[in-house]
Design a protein around this ligand. Structure first.
Ligand code: GLC
Length: 800
C-alpha cells in the first residue's frame, strides 16, 4: 500500500494519503533554531538545544499521537464549521477534505482543499534568523464570498525538558505570556534570556496567551473552545501554560487569494518587532526560500548520480544525503524518539556520521571531528556521550536559573569501565577521509586538547595526528587472552557487553583504522610510524585470521570465560553480521574466508527487508554475552534488521568484487523500494530507520526510528564510495566501481576540491569490478588527477 510518492524534480516527498500509520517527520532549520515536524504539523522547535532551550512543547509517545505542533485553524463564520490547515488536529473526514503534505529539504508544506477553500501552510526557518515562518496562502476556489476566521496555535515550553515534565508546583509559575501591539511574548521569568515571541504580518483581531483559555479545560487541539466560539478571549497571565494564538478575520471573494506570515521566534518583543517588519515584506520571505533552495542545491550538486537503479538515484541525489546532513547537524538528539532528554554527541555515532559527507559539508564534519578529538582522553578512549561545550575554550556561562546548563568537571571523565571498545576507532578513518577529501594535510598538525587534561586545568595539547596514535595504541593494549580487542562496556553493538571478553568486530575495526592511518603516516613522511603501525596491523591481521575463523564464518567474539560467541555450536546467536562484514570490509580476511563470510551473511541473515543482525535470536538471558540476550527476539540488536550495519555488508561485497550481492543487499534495505509496502513498513520511505523488525517478531518488516541512524551516512558512503566507487585520495580521485554485471553504464557528476568531474562509466563486457581504461578530457590516463578549482573535466571509465 502506498501513501505518497517521490517528486525527484522538486526534491520533495509528497504524502497523498495523510492518515499514515505513524508520524513521518522532517527537519527544519540548518543553523541554531530547528524544528522536527510531522505530516500533520505536530512537532517542536528549539534553539540550539532541545534539552535546555526548547521553544515549543511536545508530548512525545503520547495520545493523541505526536502533539502539539504548529496549527492553523479556519472557521467558516457563516455556518461555524472549522478545520485545520494540516489534517490533524481537527481531523476532518478525508472523503470531504483533501489533504496533501509535502516534505522538502528544510521545509514542509501542508495543503488542504475543503469546501471551496484551498490552503497551503509552508513551514520553514530562514538562514541567518532564529524564526520559524508559517507561510499561509488561503484561496477561495468557490463562487461565493467567504467570511472566515484564521486562528493560529502553538504551545510554549518551559524551556527545559525536565521543567516541562515535572515538579509543577514550580514549573507552572515560571513563565508568563503577554500580548502587545500584535506580538505575543513568552517570558521564561526564571531565566535572563528566556524570551520568545509569536507574531504575524497583520494586525490581529484577537489573541490568546493562556493555553487553557484558548483550548478550554475539557477540550483539546482537536476542538479548541476559541475556534468553536469564533473568538479568542484575550488571555494573558504571569504563570500557567501558554500558547501563541492570533486570530484574523478574512473575507475572500471568489478566486481571491491572501497570504499571511506567522512568525515564531527566539528573543524578546523588540526582536519580534524587527523580524515582523522584515518578513512582512513578502519578497523577503520568497528570497529566504530561494536562499535555502540554493543552500541545498549546492550540497546536492556536489555529487549527482544517474544509474540504472531508480531507488539509488532518488535517495543518493536527495534523501540519503539529506539524512546524512541532518545527522551531522543534530547528532542523535532531536527527533520524535529522542525528544531532548539525551543530548550531546554520542562518540561512535558522530565519528561515523562525520566520515560520510565531507564533500558536502566539510566545515561541519571538521567541527564534529575536532569536538570528538577534544572529547578523547589521553588514555586513547573517547567519552561515550558528552557535550562539546564542556571542552570549548570559551566556556559558556549557564543561565542564572534552575535551568542548569551542564559544565565539565572531573565527574564527566568516565573510566575504563564505561569506555566502549569501538568509539574512538571510527574517528581515525573520519580524519583520514576528511584530509583526502579536502587535501588539507595541515589538519593533521592542528593542536587540540584532551578531555581529561582539559578538566584538570592543564594546558596540554597534541596534534590531531598524535590523538590518532593514542586511539590506535589504546586498542593495541586493550586485548584479551587470545590477543583480540577486549569488548569492554560494549562495542558498536551497545547490547553486547563483553567486558574483559573479546570482540572480533573491534579487532577488524582496529585493522581498518590502522590501514587508514598508515596511508596518512606515509603521506606525511612519518616513516617510523609507518613501520610501527604496519607491524601492529600485521599482528592484528594474523591474530584475527588465527583466532576468529569458524568453518564457514567469523565468530562475533569470546566471553570473559572463554566461550566463543557466534560459532557453529551455538544454538542462538550463531551467525552475526558485524564481525563477518568487518572481516571483509577491513581487508583483514583472506579472499577465501572473506568470500565464505559474505556467503554466510547472504545465506543465514538476508531477508527481503535487509540483513538481520544475527540469527537465530537470543531467547535466554546470558549476562556474559550481555543485554542483547534480554531484548525481545526480532527487535533492535536481537535479530532485527538493524539498518546501520547493512551498508557494511554492501561495502564488504564490493571489496570482494561482488557487485551483484552489493546491490541485492542495497535494494533490500533501500526504503524507496518499500514505498508501496507501507502497510508493512509503516515508517518514512525517504529515510532509513534504525531497525526493521526481524523474522522472529510478529511485526516482521516494520521499520522504526527514522533519520537518527548511522545507516543514513553509511548508506550514502557505501553507495558512492564502494558501489559507484568514486572516492577521494590524497592526490587523485579514485574511480573503482563494483556494480552488477547487468549495469551497462552510469554517470556521476562529482565536485572534488572545487573542480567538477563529469564521469561516465561504461561496462561493455558486463563485469562487476575492474577498470580497463581511464580517459580524462579525451586522453588516456593512469588515474584521475586533482584539478584546479573552477575547472570542469570529462572522465570516461571503461570497466573490464
Ligand atoms: C544505536 C546507537 C549506536 C549503536 C547502535 C547499536 O543506534 O545510537 O551507537 O551502535 O544502536 O547498538
Amino acid at each position: 500500500m502506498q501513501y505518497g510518492h517521490f517528486d525527484d524534480e522538486h526534491k520533495e516527498y509528497v504524502i497523498d494519503r495523510v492518515d499514515l500509520p505513524t508520524s513521518w517527520t522532517n527537519y527544519l532549520g540548518v543553523e541554531d533554531m530547528a524544528a522536527v515536524i510531522n505530516h500533520t504539523a505536530g512537532g517542536y522547535t528549539f534553539y540550539k538545544s532541545p534539552e535546555y532551550h526548547r521553544i515549543s512543547r511536545f508530548r512525545g509517545n503520547s495520545v493523541p499521537m505526536d502533539r502539539p505542533g504548529f496549527y492553523l485553524y479556519f472557521r467558516d463564520n457563516e455556518n461555524s464549521d472549522y478545520w485545520s490547515a494540516s489534517w490533524q488536529p481537527v481531523g476532518k473526514d478525508l472523503s470531504k477534505a483533501k489533504y496533501v503534505t509535502r516534505h522538502g529539504l528544510s521545509y514542509t508544506v501542508y495543503e488542504c482543499d475543503y469546501e471551496g477553500i484551498h490552503s497551503e501552510q509552508k513551514m520553514f526557518i530562514p538562514r541567518g534568523e532564529n524564526v520559524l515562518l508559517w507561510d499561509l496562502k488561503l484561496k477561495n476556489t468557490g463562487n461565493k464570498v467567504r467570511d472566515l476566521s484564521i486562528f493560529s496555535y502553538l504551545e510554549f515550553s518551559f524551556h527545559h525538558i525536565m521543567i516541562d515534565n515535572q515538579n509543577y508546583q514550580m514549573s507552572l509559575y515560571c513563565a508568563g505570556g503577554s500580548y502587545k501591539d500584535g506580538i505575543i511574548e513568552e517570558d521564561l521569568y526564571y531565566e535572563e534570556d528566556g524570551y520568545q515571541y509569536f507574531t504575524a504580518n497583520f494586525e490581529p483581531d484577537g489573541f490568546d496567551c493562556v493555553r487553557d483559555k484558548f483550548l478550554g479545560t475539557y477540550n483539546t487541539e482537536t476542538n479548541p473552545q476559541a475556534v468553536i466560539k469564533g473568538e479568542c478571549s484575550g488571555s494573558e497571565e504571569k504563570g500557567m501554560n501558554h500558547c501563541g494564538s492570533l486570530m484574523k478575520k478574512v473575507s475572500l471573494a471568489p478566486g481571491e487569494e491572501k497570504r499571511f506570515i506567522f512568525m515564531l521566534g527566539e528573543g524578546r518583543r523588540e526582536e519580534g518587532v524587527r523580524v515582523r517588519a522584515k518578513y512582512s515584506d513578502l519578497s523577503v520571505v520568497d528570497a529566504a526560500y530561494a536562499d535555502m533552495a540554493a543552500y541545498w542545491k549546492d550540497k546536492c550538486d556536489k555529487m549527482v548520480i544517474d544509474t540504472p537503479s531508480e531507488g539509488m538515484n532518488s535517495l543518493i541525489n536527495t534523501w540519503t544525503l539529506y539524512q546524512s546532513e541532518i545527522n551531522v547537524m543534530f547528532s542523535r538528539f532531536a527527533s520524535f524518539i529522542e525528544v531532548g532528554g539525551r543530548v550531546g554527541l554520542g562518540y561512535r555515532d558522530t565519528a561515523q556520521d562525520a566520515m560520510t559527507i565531507p564533500h558536502s559539508n566539510p566545515d561541519k564534519c571538521k567541527e564534529r571531528i575536532e569536538q570528538l578529538l577534544k572529547g578523547l582522553t589521553t588514555y586513547g578512549y573517547g567519552l561515550h556521550l558528552f557535550q562539546p561545550e564542556w571542552f570549548e575554550e570559551e566556556e559558556k556561562k549557564p543561565f542564572d536559573s534552575p535551568t542548569v546548563v551542564p559544565r565539565a568537571d572531573k565527574s564527566v571523565i568516565h573510566g575504563l569501565d564505561d569506555a566502549c571498545s569501538d568509539d574512538a576507532l571510527w574517528l581515525v578513518s573520519s580524519v583520514v577521509g576528511y584530509i583526502k577529501e579536502t587535501g588539507d594535510l595541515s589538519f593533521a598538525d592542528k593542536m587540540l586538547t584532551y578531555a581529561d587534561t582539559y578538566v584538570d586545568g592543564k594546558d596540554f595539547k597534541e596534534s590531531v595526528y598524535d590523538h590518532l596514535k593514542r586511539i590506535l595504541d589504546f586498542s593495541a593494549e586493550q586485548v584479551g587472552a587470545s590477543g583480540i580487542c577486549k569488548g569492554l562496556r560494549a562495542d558498536w553493538n551497545d547490547c553486547l557487553n563483553l567486558g574483559g571478553g573479546e570482540s572480533a568486530m573491534v579487532s577488524f575495526l582496529h585493522y581498518w583504522a590502522l590501514s587508514n592511518f598508515i596511508t596518512l603516516a606515509e603521506k606525511l613522511g612519518r616513516k617510523e610510524d609507518v613501520t610501527k603501525y604496519s607491524e601492529i596491523a600485521e599482528k592484528v591481521k594474523a591474530v584475527c585470521n588465527d583466532k576468529l575463523w569458524d568453518e564457514e564464518w567469523f565468530i562475533r567474539g569470546v566471553t570473559k570465560s572463554g566461550r566463543k560467541i557466534g560459532c557453529h555450536e551455538d544454538v542462538e546467536g550463531r551467525v552475526h553480521l558485524e564481525s563477518n562484514s568487518w572481516a571483509v570490509l577491513s581487508g583483514a580476511a583472506d579472499a577465501d574466508h572473506g568470500m565464505k563470510a559474505l556467503e554466510a551473511i547472504d545465506k543465514y541473515l538476508y531477508t527481503p527487508y535487509g540483513i538481520l543482525l544475527n540469527q537465530p535470536a537470543y531467547t535466554k538471558p546470558d549476562s556474559e554475552i550481555g543485554f542483547v540476550t534480554r531484548v525481545y527476539p526480532g527487535l533492535k540488536e536481537n535479530a532485527a534488521i538493524f539498518s546501520h550495519p547493512n551498508p557494511w555488508a554492501q561495502a564488504a561485497a564490493c571489496v570482494l568484487g561482488r557487485g551483484d550481492l552489493a546491490m541485492k543487499f542495497y535494494d533490500a534495505l533501500c526504503p524507496y523500494y518499500q514505498n508501496d509496502k507501507i502497510e508493512i513498513r509503516e515508517s518514512e520511505p525517504y529515510s532509513y530507520c534504525q531497525f526493521i523488525a526481524g523474522r522472529d517478531h510478529s511485526a516482521y518488516g516494520r521499520a522504526r526510528h527514522p533519520f537518527m541512524t548511522g545507516s543514513g551516512g553509511w548508506s550514502y558512503y557505501t553507495a558512492t564510495a564502494y558501489i559507484l566507487g568514486v572516492r577521494p585520495d590524497y592526490d587523485r580521485l579514485v574511480i573503482d566501481p563494483c556494480v552488477p554485471s547487468t549495469w551497462k553504464e552510469f554517470k556521476v557528476n562529482r565536485v572534488f576540491r572545487g573542480a567538477e568531474y563529469v564521469i561516465h562509466v561504461l561496462n561493455p563486457e558486463g563485469v562487476m569490478k575492474g577498470v580497463k581504461e581511464i580517459k580524462v578530457d579525451g586522453k588516456l590516463c593512469e588515474n584521475v588527477p586533482v584539478f584546479e578549482k573552477g575547472t570542469r573535466h570529462e572522465v570516461e571509465i571503461i570497466m573490464g
